[in-house]
Design a protein around this ligand. Structure first.
Ligand code: Z5A
Ligand code: MG
Length: 214
């Protein structure tokens, strides 16, 4: 039995990550586990939730960045064990969200490499799907919510940083990163596109047993 595959769905705000990770996990059940970041249920996750939802709760940008990373390390071992048991793990956001949102703040010293550092050693996905929305009302499917970061200007910067991080940290031509343009596509159309991209990764399970790391 080969190890499970680690499949990440990343993307800009409101592009359907949570919708699509849940459809994909259901499609692969019982052979898949869904993990969403931030995981707001842990002690660290509760602090992150407070930071995102309460604009009067302030923390240094560096501290917030490290909390998001620590939140991933909390479940890192669980992810590895699940994969070794042969179960696929589907991620809703992960390291690239961590880098892109923090780097977009333009804080001195918090460049891409600084942002990656605390995540170094985490498992690298076998496949990263990046959902983009190219329409003019960029990412404003239902309008943004009330959380920190949810405004058009900041989201434009985040998009730029996602692409910069992919250029910096994905191996060119390795086929581990695919862009999925969701503009004007229905939930079903997007999920079919994702399914076509995921299937080849699942069928070569006997090869590629080695893990990659950030
Ligand atoms: N953040 C960070 O700074 N650092 C980190 O390390 C991490 C995260 C991991 C909270 O994340 C914030 O944390 C986020 C990044 C930052 N900040 N912002 N902005 P979150 O993941 O908890 O955010 P969220 O509140 O879940 O929003 P989201 O993830 O951006 O939304 P989504 O998952 O991409 O979309 P969705 O919930 O699946 O869909 C949104 C709506 O559109 C919903 O009503 C769907 O039914 C509908 N939908 C979905 N697909 C379609 C299509 N194709 N057509 C029409 N309607 C659709
Ligand atoms: Mg979501």
């Amino acid at each position: 039995m080969g190890r499970g595959r680690l499949i990440l769905i990343e993307g800009l705000d409101r592009t359907g990550k949570t919708t699509q990770t849940s459809i994909l996990t259901d499609r692969l059940k019982p052979n898949a586990q869904l993990i969403k970041f931030p995981d707001r249920s842990t002690t660290i996750g509760k602090l992150i939730n407070q930071y995102l939802t309460d604009k009067n709760f302030n923390l240094p940008n560096q501290s917030v960045h490290l909390l998001f990373s620590a939140n991933r390390w909390e479940v890192a071992e669980n992810i590895k064990e699940t994969l070794l048991n042969g179960t696929n793990v589907i991620l809703d956001r992960y390291v690239y969200s961590g880098i892109a949102y923090s780097a977009a703040k333009d804080v001195d010293g918090m460049d891409l490499q600084w942002c990656l550092n605390p995540d170094k050693g985490l498992l690298k996905p076998d496949l990263t799907l990046f959902l983009t929305n190219e329409s003019n009302d960029d990412a404003e499917r239902d309008g943004f919510g009330e959380e920190r970061y949810e405004n058009v200007q900041f989201q434009k910067k985040v998009k730029k940083q996602f692409y910069a991080a992919f250029t910096e940290f994905e191996t060119p031509n390795s086929n581990t990163l695919k862009l999925v343009d969701v503009t004007n596509k229905s939930i079903e159309e997007v999920s079919e596109e994702i399914w076509k991209l995921v299937q080849p990764i699942l069928s070569n399970k006997e090869e590629n047993q080695e893990f990659s790391f950030f």
